[in-house]
Design a protein. Structure first.
Ligand SMILES: C[S@@+](CC[C@H](N)C(=O)[O-])C[C@H]1O[C@@H](n2cnc3c(N)ncnc32)[C@H](O)[C@@H]1O
Length: 354
């Protein structure tokens, strides 16, 4: 007799991607926005999205079971025993339609906390990259390279793809405000956000500390989105957006360097190279703030392990354990000074000159 619990466990795992793709379909059809705007029945949603009514009904039924939507009570029906075609119990309040759950709210386009763009890239590019998990693990070359014939960074040079990726990174940055509690910026004057992407982290720090000035440093094609965000968040006078290559050097002389979700994209020799440039730019009393997931020693906390393999699929990079961060920092003349837990199992690693 097969172990029923073990069978169930395997079935739960292999159907996990279906839940992710159903969520992706919800975003692709804009279902949360339509429900919020008043299209709350299967029929209205099918008409609005011009999708198959049967397909929408089945998708919505699954998303409701996944706690993305919930049914609203309608008027009572007087049917006899047994369930009706919708699965509602006769005599019980009949579904009047759908409304959003807190998870569903995060799918809306107009929500400031929207995770829509993250769901989109996970359901499209990253889903395709994960399709190449077997050759990626066999060769150590990213799944993205196998699936798309180019690296993720090459792919992101396309302005549309780059903007889509930046929006996705923004949707996954709920831990940025935690940095303000974990590190005291009061005695600092200048902050450089190395490979700062869309400027969300720099904007968070500058907004909280009006005495600070900032430099957003990234590749030229990433700067327009960053400028738009920082102009709005803190105004033109408080920051500069500089284009450059972090493997050639970084702007010198700031008190604090930020390095968020960057080391994860690169192997150890590349990390040593880019950290050496930051070491060369850092004053003796300066600090480097690294935001990454740290793989815990227990080998059991799933999220960092999932992201570790995801980084092999996406950029060909990796998550590291603390020993791994200490080693790459030491190879560049830096030392790990302290570690602070942030939301979503992310950490702030504060590094200083060794
Ligand atoms: C994963 S994103 C992180 C962005 C941002 N720090 C955040 O946490 O949202 C990696 C960033 O590294 C930048 N990047 C990649 N290669 C680079 C290079 N050679 N020079 C400068 N920036 C680079 C990308 O443009 C992208 O903005």
């Amino acid at each position: 007799m097969p172990d029923q619990k073990a069978v169930r466990r395997v079935v739960d795992i292999i159907t996990g991607t279906w839940q992710a793709q159903a969520l992706y379909a919800a975003v692709a059809f804009g279902l949360a926005d339509h429900v919020a705007a008043g299209d709350v029945t299967d029929e209205a949603l099918a008409a609005r999205t011009q999708a198959s009514p049967d397909g929408i009904r089945r998708l919505m039924r699954l998303l409701t079971a996944m706690d993305v939507f919930e049914r609203t009570p309608g008027e009572r029906t007087g049917e006899a025993a047994g369930s009706d075609a919708d699965g509602d119990t006769p005599g019980a309040p009949r579904s009047g339609g759908y409304r959003l759950t807190p998870a569903g709210e995060l799918l809306r386009a107009d929500s400031p906390q929207s995770m829509r763009d993250m769901i989109r890239i996970y359901g499209e590019e990253f889903h395709r990259a994960w399709g190449a998990v077997e050759p990626a693990v066999r060769t150590g070359t990213s799944g993205f390279q196998h699936a798309f014939g180019k690296t993720l960074h090459e792919y992101l040079r396309d302005p549309q793809a780059g903007a889509k990726f930046q929006r996705a990174m923004n949707a996954g940055n709920v831990f940025f405000p935690d940095v303000l509690d974990a590190f005291d910026f009061t005695h600092c004057r200048t902050v450089v956000d190395v490979a700062g992407g869309s400027g969300m982290l720099l904007g968070t720090v500058l907004r909280a500390h009006p005495h600070l000035r900032g430099i957003l440093f990234d590749q030229p094609h990433m700067l327009p989105v960053a400028r738009t965000h920082l102009d709005e968040a803190v105004g033109r006078g408080r920051y500069e957006a500089l284009a450059g290559d972090l493997f050639e050097g970084v702007p010198p002389g700031a008190d604090v360097y930020l390095l968020s979700r960057v080391l994860q994209d690169w192997d150890d020799p590349r990390c040593t190279a880019l950290l050496s440039h930051i070491r060369a730019a850092l004053p003796e009393s300066g600090r480097l703030l690294i935001l990454e997931r740290v793989v815990p020693d227990d080998g059991e906390t799933l999220l960092p392990l999932l992201y570790d393999l995801h980084l092999l699929m996406a950029a060909g990079g990796r998550e590291r354990d603390l020993a791994g961060y200490r080693a790459v920092l030491a190879s560049a003349g830096l030392r790990l000074e302290s570690v602070h837990a942030l939301s979503l199992e992310t950490s702030l690693l504060v590094a200083a000159v060794a």
